[in-house]
Design a protein. Structure first.
Length: 369
């Protein structure tokens, strides 16, 4: 089996309803990149990468397509089932840009599942359950608005909520946390996520002002070093997210006892292959994780579900997907949807999602052997 063709599409993902607000940016639409790998015998594998805007991290959509353009010619003629070699070839062709490479990696896993008549989760060791928990992120909003959303989402079955803070008056963040805490039902977990939007002093004061409220404090500060300093002066468990950019960063954080858990984005660390390693490391360390991505359509959502389904339930905090915030599906026949706060593991081979090319424009780049 050889890679004969690689097609790359650009697609806009408009956000339905109000803009999605975080500490450092406000978004009304996302730019996603879809990749299709086709072999000489016509088998296909699909991947996707969708950075959360150009100011979330040093990753952006146009950069993803440019990076894919650099590595794709080096993959023509290679066996897509030899995923380790594919990743090695990509690293030889281009330094860094793990997020862009994740789309190729995802497409190879999808193709491998179809070739071996197995789901991606089966190739990763097997799904522990047929469905997994999801969670809902409440964007930056007033205490009253956040409280109303928290009530609504709990009635929809979500048992974990993430509340965005940062980028505004500290008093409003504190009031928002207290207001949401008032409506939390028994069994609902809360994560307070600053997306690096707080300095150490403000993060310390927020934690102290909410010391009687049970929540995890996710990525409060801009840098890894600030997080280490805060950890010594914080009343809540700290999870790291944006600063864990690869497996080496994860190993460093575990060595330094820098976190009580990790919000993991598969594209940020390089794809499904690297997330498999993350899963094993965190299992040995006994540290919980989420299996998420920054944004994306059905392909990204499916990858998150397959990964999450293979994590020990006691160490799994859920998979966030963008479906509640965007309109439409790449695969109308097998859409990825949340039901009662949970995500069903796809049953068909590969990722279980095949984008309908009739819903896409012409590829923006094509490489052919």
């Amino acid at each position: 089996m050889k890679i004969h063709r690689i097609d790359v599409w650009q697609k806009d993902l408009p956000i339905q309803g109000p803009a999605y607000k975080m500490a450092l940016q406000t978004l009304t639409a996302l730019d996603t990149t879809l990749v299709r790998i086709t072999t000489e015998c016509g088998q296909e594998g699909w991947g996707e990468v969708c950075p959360l805007g150009p100011a979330y991290q040093p990753q952006h959509a146009a950069g993803a397509r440019a990076a894919i353009g650099e590595v794709a010619p080096h993959l023509l003629g290679e066996n897509p089932l030899h995923i380790e070699r594919i990743n090695s070839r990509m690293h030889q062709a281009l330094c860094g840009s793990l997020y862009a490479k994740s789309a190729i990696d995802m497409a190879c896993w999808d193709l491998a599942g179809k070739a071996y008549n197995a789901r991606v989760c089966d190739l990763l060791g097997g799904a522990i359950n047929t469905e997994i928990p999801s969670y809902y992120a409440i964007g930056l909003s007033s205490p009253e608005e956040a409280s109303a959303v928290a009530i609504k989402k709990q009635t929809e079955g979500f048992q974990r909520l993430q509340l965005k803070v940062g980028g505004r008056a500290l008093e409003e963040d504190i009031a928002c946390i207290h207001k949401v805490a008032e409506v939390l039902q028994s069994g609902t977990a809360l994560a307070v996520d600053a997306n690096r939007g707080l300095n150490v002093s403000d993060a310390m004061q927020l934690s102290a002002a909410c010391r009687d409220i049970r929540f995890i404090f996710e990525q409060p500060c801009q840098t890894y070093e600030q997080g280490l300093h805060l950890r010594k002066n914080c009343h809540h468990p700290i999870w790291l997210d944006e600063v864990i950019e690869d497996v080496n960063c994860l190993l460093r954080a575990i060595r330094d006892n820098a976190a009580d858990g990790f919000g993991m984005k598969q594209s940020r660390v390089g794809g499904i292959s690297q997330m498999r390693t993350v899963r094993e490391i965190c299992a040995v360390a006994g540290l919980p994780i989420t299996c998420d991505d920054s944004w994306g359509g059905d392909l990204v959502a499916a990858a998150c579900i397959h990964l999450g389904a293979t994590v020990q339930p006691s160490l799994f905090a859920g998979s966030w997907i963008a479906a509640p915030y965007i309109q439409g599906h790449d695969d109308p026949q097998h859409p990825i949807k949340i039901s009662n706060g949970r995500l069903k593991v796809p049953e068909t081979h590969g990722l279980g999602v095949i984008p309908d090319t009739r819903l896409l424009a012409s590829p923006v780049i094509t490489f052919t052997l």
